[in-house]
Design a protein around this ligand. Structure first.
Ligand SMILES: *Cc1c(COP(=O)(O)O)cnc(C)c1O
Length: 458
């Protein structure tokens, strides 16, 4: 399997090089040359099923048995035997619980595997990399947990100061491994992401520091997320719509890929909080960036959804130059239009967007608690609210909808308490998190300052 860039002018690479590169050299994102077809061999456990679903993407770059073992190791850190259990909460209403990993968010599912893969490939090549990334809260902790034990990796994650929850911050700042660095930036998540992009676009800096990325721009993140869409439907036994609480569009893109591969997915509800650029896009066929507003679901406080580029590339019939131009214009003008015929072919009937403000988020959390005694986190609530809004409008009441439960409620205790009066309990391995010592580093929203810091971490 070979990989090409969405902007059309980066070298074609194999799986392991794509893993290490993160972002393509032309600023684009890597995608496989073709979408493979799913095999039909359910019944295996999650790790084995994951290995066989992902095998065509890995190709012959990693031995099949070795890759299977890496999957087993990655998913052995999960607290639930199903890894991603499917839970029925009402008539035709399901949650896919993706938060049973070490840092309590769905990002563990990809990043536990990414950590094992980095370790394997870098050891084999005897290389060392510097991972830099931006986090809206959950990627940082999940990435640290995934790679802290990798001998050949240093990692710097930028997060927006005061815009992540205490639990999220502590999951980064209490990791004491010397190769791991969390940096609070005086700005928003999009500012952090811009700093990371600027470091990658500075070729001299990128090469001198051997930069790598584990943000959801890294193909392997998206690839690992394809798996649970497939396994959820295998458990359910029939087709369904997925409602996906969305920020960078990585998770929903993984679902779209599962559908390309043949998974029986009836459509996607793209759920946004007040930062609703995608909802407005689905309504108006025009993407217009606004200011980021802080909400109760901080991991979705994003205006520019970086993974949308991969879908845009498909919508442009895989024309990299056209995609690059469209994105350059979007950067300059803050506006992106899609032709009506393209919208009809690619978006209509597949994606619908719904927004859910903080009040609706709390109402949904409260409703679930009152009806079932279950505590859900605010991101999951955004997804569930969107799923419920789509019934009776886009879908009939009888439509099965699986909402992705992207975080454990104990990751966002303040919101859970506000909605339900209950305090969710952290799982045992994190019980003393709030009393562990922190290592806090802060920097201004300034490229030079950040580059100096990163270069000093090697
Ligand atoms: C990252 C994250 C999201 C958004 O996922 P994307 O892949 O960026 O769309 C939603 N919920 C939680 C809890 C997250 O950590």
């Amino acid at each position: 399997m070979q990989y090409i860039s969405t902007r059309g002018s980066a070298p074609v690479l194999g799986f392991c090089d794509v893993l290490l590169a993160g972002l393509a050299r032309d600023g684009g994102l890597y995608v496989p040359e073709i979408w493979p077809t799913l095999d039909k061999t359910p019944n295996a456990n999650y790790a084995n099923r994951a290995a066989s679903i992902m095998a065509p993407f890995v190709g012959n770059e990693i031995d099949v048995k070795v890759f299977n073992q890496l999957c087993i190791d990655a998913y052995s850190t999960f607290r639930h035997p199903d890894v991603a259990p499917l839970v029925e909460i009402g008539p035709n209403e399901y949650l896919l619980e993706l938060f049973h990993g070490p840092t309590l968010a769905f990002k563990d599912i990809a990043l536990q595997l990414v950590g094992k893969l980095f370790d394997h490939v870098l050891k084999q090549r005897n290389e060392r990399v510097m991972i830099v990334g931006a986090t809206s809260g959950d990627t940082g902790g999940a990435a640290f947990d995934g790679v802290a034990s990798c001998r050949n990796v240093d990692i710097v994650m930028l997060y927006p100061n005061n815009r992540v929850s205490d639990v999220q911050r502590r999951q980064m700042t209490t990791v004491m491994s010397p190769n791991v660095h969390a940096v609070a930036i005086d700005g928003t998540f999009d500012d952090c992401q811009d700093l990371v992009k600027a470091m990658f676009n500075d070729e001299k800096f990128r090469d001198a520091n051997n930069l790598s990325a584990v943000n959801s721009i890294n193909w392997v993140r998206v690839m690992a997320q394809v798996v649970y869409y497939v396994t959820a439907l295998e458990k359910l036994g029939h087709s369904a719509v997925f409602s996906v609480p969305t920020g960078n569009f990585g998770n929903v893109l993984a679902g779209w890929i599962a559908k390309q591969m043949g998974a029986q997915i009836d459509g996607f509800v793209v759920a946004s909080n007040t930062n609703d650029i995608l909802t407005r896009f689905f309504e108006s066929q025009q993407m217009i960036a606004n200011e980021v507003v802080p909400t109760l679901s901080p991991s979705m406080d994003i205006q520019v959804s970086s993974n949308f580029e991969r879908l845009l590339f498909e919508m442009n019939s895989r024309d990299g130059a056209a995609t690059a131009k469209q994105l350059k214009d979007f950067r300059m003008l803050g506006k992106l239009n899609v032709a009506p015929s393209i919208f009809t072919n690619w978006i209509a009937g597949v994606f619908t967007g719904y927004r859910c403000d903080d009040e609706q988020t709390l109402t949904t959390m409260k409703d679930v608690y009152q009806k079932s005694g279950m505590l859900i986190d605010p991101h999951t609530a955004v997804g569930l609210s969107a799923a419920r809004q789509s019934k009776g409008t886009n879908y009939p009441k009888s439509q099965s909808i699986i909402t992705l439960a992207t975080a454990h409620p104990a990751k966002f205790p303040d919101a859970v308490r506000r909605a339900t009066g209950q305090t969710p309990v952290l799982p045992e391995h994190l019980a003393d998190l709030m009393s562990r010592p922190e290592r806090i580093i802060s920097l201004p929203n300034d490229l030079q300052a950040v580059q100096t810091f990163v270069a000093g971490c090697r």
